[in-house]
Design a protein around this ligand. Structure first.
Ligand code: NDP
Length: 454
């Protein structure tokens, strides 16, 4: 099957791309090996210079790349432009810090000299999703390239224009020898790539099902993998929270990117004493959101990325209502072309129901009431996922104490969950394993080599 991009705003096809057959894949793997042989010997400065040029170009063309993302997957244009700018940030961050993160680490032993050297592994296979079509790929590629690895990107079918634009951008910035290249395998060839002796590691951001498939293949081939999967992040609001702030941030945390983010706040866990007031204000703020053309700067919510994703969300909402939830806002598609879904608020959500247990990857908030902070944390942890969490309280010490008890890769007190190049990003439980970003991310695909000199 060919890769196809479809405008989520109109439902019309944008382009088709043919898949690479076995010979074309083989050719690309050879290019990757050739590229690695040169790139691994480049100094950190030479790598950094190129990555800084990538950052310059991203900043210069943020609008152009933003429009491409919006056209292919429907995020509001201002968020798409910010995404391109954030990619420049991660490039600069690793350009400036990779050398110190991977510097030799001397260790006192009986040897004359003993130390740990961090060396690149080789070609890394990156399977990436459509929701942050530039960011997810850059979050993987910037540290990989600075570590001396090279990258083969298999991007989601519906954002192939973004994939090609990134490949061109890396080339133009001086990664001319396929250090970052796009590969378009048919699904049946994905496992051949992971198993191929030239590929030394795999990274996937996407669903639990895809993560499980890639992780299984990588394990079978005895190769490292990093999996960044779904989440059902709790957003806890305690009785002493600043409600204005919690509502404002809560709406953004749930609805940004048209509700399609792994770290979106999905389960709002509200202390019973503020639940009513929070719910009233939250519904009113959600109803004020402007749904429309994502190319329009005034739009808050664009279409969902694909028709099947919109249908899945609607099916979940219907099942949630059958489970006893009440749709206080939204609960249906928008009557126009494209894959629009009305921002939805579900109240009276209980443990063991669809809106509590399943990840809803769209503009749908589940509101849950807790008697006290202890029950709130208990509810927060009662999920198969463990990506991020937020806690709103004016008692920051208590916030920190509770943060340590939440089972997640990151907890933000009085703030929404965000990824930041300076801090590790990743999950526990079914949200995956391994870390991206910060000094932790760059060490996922390196050989921590012991060198002992007697
Ligand atoms: P997928 O996980 O199916 O897609 C993500 C990437 O993995 C795409 O490049 C996809 O390719 C690829 N892929 C999927 N299955 C396999 C497989 N078995 N072997 C190899 N590659 C695979 O996500 P969807 O787009 O279908 O979205 C479904 C759900 O996934 C969402 O509702 C959400 O729950 C979750 N998701 C999570 C994301 C996150 O940020 N953690 C991002 C996107 C989705 P292709 O596009 O060609 O199918």
């Amino acid at each position: 099957m060919a890769y196809q991009t479809v405008s989520p705003t109109t439902g019309e096809e944008i382009a088709r791309y043919s898949t690479h057959d076995a010979d074309e894949i083989d050719e690309r793997l050879n290019w990757a090996m050739e590229a690695f042989k040169d790139h691994r010997d480049r100094t950190y400065n030479a790598r950094a210079e190129r990555l800084e040029t990538v950052a310059d170009l991203l900043e210069k063309r943020a609008r152009e790349y933003g429009e491409l993302m919006t056209r292919e997957m429907g995020k509001p244009i201002d968020q798409a432009v910010s995404e391109a700018e954030k990619c420049a940030w991660v490039c600069r961050y690793y350009a400036q810090h990779a050398e110190s993160f991977l510097a030799d680490e001397p260790e006192e032993t009986p040897a004359k000299r003993s130390f740990v050297a961090y060396e690149p592994l080789g070609p890394i296979f990156a399977v990436m999703p459509w929701n942050f079509p530039f960011w997810q790929a850059f979050r993987c590629a910037a540290p990989a390239l600075m570590a001396g690895n090279v990258v083969l990107l298999k991007h989601a079918s519906n954002v192939q224009g973004c994939a090609d634009a990134m490949e061109d951008l890396f080339k133009e910035a001086g990664f001319e020898n396929h250090e970052f290249q796009v590969v378009r395998p048919a699904r049946k060839h994905v496992s051949d790539i992971i198993q191929d002796r030239r590929v030394r590691g795999s990274a996937l951001t996407g669903s639990v099902a895809a993560g499980s498939a890639i992780g299984r293949e990588a394990g079978d081939a005895i190769k490292p993998s990093v999996l960044e999967l779904g989440g059902s992040d709790p957003f806890i609001v305690l009785d002493d929270a600043d409600l204005d702030r919690a509502v404002d941030i809560g709406v953004t945390a749930r609805m940004q990117n048209n509700g399609q983010s792994c770290i979106a706040a999905k389960r709002f866990i509200l202390h019973s004493s503020i639940a009513k007031e929070f719910t009233r204000r939250f519904i009113s703020a959600v109803e004020d959101l402007k749904v429309g053309d994502p190319m329009d700067d005034m739009t808050d919510i664009g279409p969902m990325a694909r028709e099947d994703l919109r249908d899945t969300v609607h099916d979940q909402v219907e099942r949630a209502i059958r489970d006893g939830a009440v749709a206080e806002a939204g609960g249906h598609s928008v009557d126009r072309d494209g894959f629009f879904y009305k921002p939805t608020v579900l109240t009276e959500v209980e443990r063991g129901t669809v809106a509590f247990d399943e990840e809803i990857f769209g503009p749908v908030a589940s509101l849950i009431v807790a008697e006290d902070a202890r029950e709130a944390v208990d509810l927060a942890n009662d999920t198969r996922f463990g990506l991020g969490a937020s806690i709103f309280t004016e008692d920051r010490e208590k916030g920190e104490r509770l943060a340590r008890r939440v089972e997640a890769g990151c907890v933000f007190v009085n703030e929404m969950v965000k990824s930041d190049p300076r801090l590790p990003f990743g999950g526990v439980k079914d949200s995956g394993y391994g870390r991206e970003l910060s000094r932790h991310g760059i060490r996922e695909f390196v050989n921590a080599k012991t060198i002992w000199v007697e």
